[in-house]
Every structure is written in structure tokens, then in C-alpha cells.
Write a protein that binds this ligand. Structure first.
Ligand code: SF4
Length: 268
């Protein structure tokens, strides 16, 4: 029989659901290890939220970083092609690999913050020594309950929720246009850094975060006004459909419903 001990690890994304799970499990599983895969391209609000969570837990959150080969290294390897829904090399190199290296060959139960009202699985490691567990699914904990857990802990929601509906890198290509506008408002420096990654090659090849427009195009005042107006119209339509929702819920609804394939390991 194997004498290897089993480790219990919770993957944090800096988002509300995994944070609520950390709070939920703190006293239930005292030996729990908390880990966060830091791409070094996260939002300042994410780092601040993790610091507050760490204080609440009274235990360190292990920040897993890449092995010296960060985003800019891989961008060169991928010949300047920014990650996209079709080629999500960022998640592989900056989230999954550091996690799997941290785990090594240990037997691990990996706790994942997917709620009972969600229809997705999240990141499932293909390594046989990592067994995923979904306590919120098992215990029927939905979004309303998650919000209560966060409220009662005093942590509330991460600050970026005012303008963005999920955690992840500041330049994440899963962002909706209104979230790019939110980034420009909240962190002009980060928006400009994201813009600096975009290039138009000599052959006309566009290396941009979104296929249909560059950030330079998106940041023109008329375009911003148009994006805001379209977003407002969507919110109003959603308000008719869900009259009892808060503004934040409406915002989340119109931004996440549009996603083709939500980023699962990066935003929970
Ligand atoms: S948050 Fe987005 S950009 Fe960052 S690693 Fe995840 S998918 Fe890639």
C-alpha cells in the first residue's frame, strides 16, 4: 500500500467563487494549502484581494510563479502570436504547468470553486495523482450563497468587479469590449501596456488581442462612446428580463453570457 500522504490544495484565481470556497473550507479542512498561479500580469485589485484573504485565513497563500520563462518569453516562442481562445498558451505555461510542478507526484485532492448553479467543470488536471473536488457542487452552494459567504466574512467582492466580471490577466482576451473600456478608465497604464503588445506585421498580419479591432482603435473617443451606449442598451434589456437583479448582477450577466468559452482555471 502506498505510504504517500494526500495533500489538500485549493486553487485560487483571485475571483469571488474560489475566495468564497477558501472561506468555506478554512475550518473544515485545517491542513488545506492555498495556491494562486501568478502570471505577473494580474490586476492590482487581484493582488490586494488575495492579501486580504490571506489575512482572513491566517495562513499564507502560496504564489506560484513561472520558472523564469514568463509571458514575454513565451510570446517570442509563439512568434508574437498573442494567446487567444484558439491558442491559449498562456494558461498552459503560466497557470497549469506551475501548478502541476508544485504538486509533483504527490497525491492531491484539488478543491475547485465551481458553484452548484454552474454548468462547467473548470480545470481538470490530466495527471492521475490529482483528484478534483467540487465542494460547492456537492453541497448545493449557488451564487446567492457565495455572495452571503463573502459578505459575512467582511471580504466582499474584489474591487475590479465594478468594471470587470472575472479575474485573470489585465490583458485577458476573454474580456468584453466594455471591460477593456473599464480597464482604460481604471488602469490607463495597464491598458497602454496591453496595447504595446499589439503589432501589425510588415505583411499586414495583425497581432491584436481581439480579432476585429485593435486597442488603439477601441480607445478612440467615438468608439468608446459607442461601446458604452451598446452596453447600456444591453443592461436595459437585461433589466427587463431580470427586474430584481442588482446592477452588478446585470453587468455580470451581459458580460459573461457573451463568452464563447470562459476561462476556467484563471477565473473562479
Ligand atoms: S487570464 Fe486570460 S490571458 Fe491570463 S492566463 Fe488566463 S486565459 Fe490567459
Amino acid at each position: 500500500m502506498s505510504s504517500r500522504r494526500t495533500r489538500h490544495i485549493l486553487s485560487l484565481s483571485g475571483g469571488k467563487d474560489s475566495t468564497a470556497l477558501a472561506i468555506y473550507l478554512r475550518d473544515r479542512i485545517p491542513e488545506l494549502e492555498y495556491v494562486f498561479c501568478d502570471t505577473e500580469k494580474e490586476l492590482p485589485e487581484t493582488y490586494a484581494y488575495l492579501d486580504r484573504l490571506e489575512a482572513y485565513l491566517g495562513k499564507p497563500i502560496v504564489r506560484l510563479k513561472h520558472d523564469g520563462r514568463g509571458f514575454d518569453h513565451w510570446l517570442v516562442v509563439y512568434r508574437g502570436f498573442l494567446p487567444s481562445t484558439q491558442m491559449r498558451w498562456c494558461t498552459k505555461h503560466l497557470k497549469i504547468r506551475p501548478f502541476e510542478q508544485y504538486v509533483g507526484d504527490d497525491l492531491v485532492i484539488n478543491f475547485i470553486g465551481i458553484r452548484s448553479d454552474e454548468d462547467r467543470l473548470g480545470y481538470i488536471s490530466t495527471k492521475p495523482n490529482i483528484e478534483p473536488r467540487f465542494p460547492f457542487k456537492e453541497d448545493g452552494i449557488d451564487k446567492a450563497r457565495v455572495m452571503r459567504i463573502l459578505d459575512e466574512s467582511g471580504l466582499g467582492l474584489p474591487e475590479y468587479y465594478r468594471w470587470r466580471s472575472r479575474s485573470g490577466c489585465y490583458f485577458c482576451f476573454f474580456q468584453q469590449k466594455i471591460e477593456w473600456v473599464g480597464l482604460l478608465d481604471a488602469h490607463r497604464d495597464k491598458f497602454l501596456e496591453a496595447m504595446a503588445y499589439e503589432k501589425i506585421g510588415d505583411d499586414g498580419q495583425r497581432y491584436t488581442w481581439q480579432q476585429d479591432e485593435s486597442l488603439e482603435e477601441l480607445s478612440q473617443p467615438e468608439r468608446i462612446a459607442q461601446i458604452r451606449a451598446e452596453h447600456q442598451a444591453r443592461i436595459e434589456r437585461e433589466q427587463i428580463r431580470r427586474p430584481n437583479s442588482t446592477l452588478m448582477e446585470l453587468f455580470e450577466g451581459v458580460t459573461t453570457n457573451l463568452l464563447d468559452a470562459p476561462c476556467t482555471i484563471c477565473s473562479l
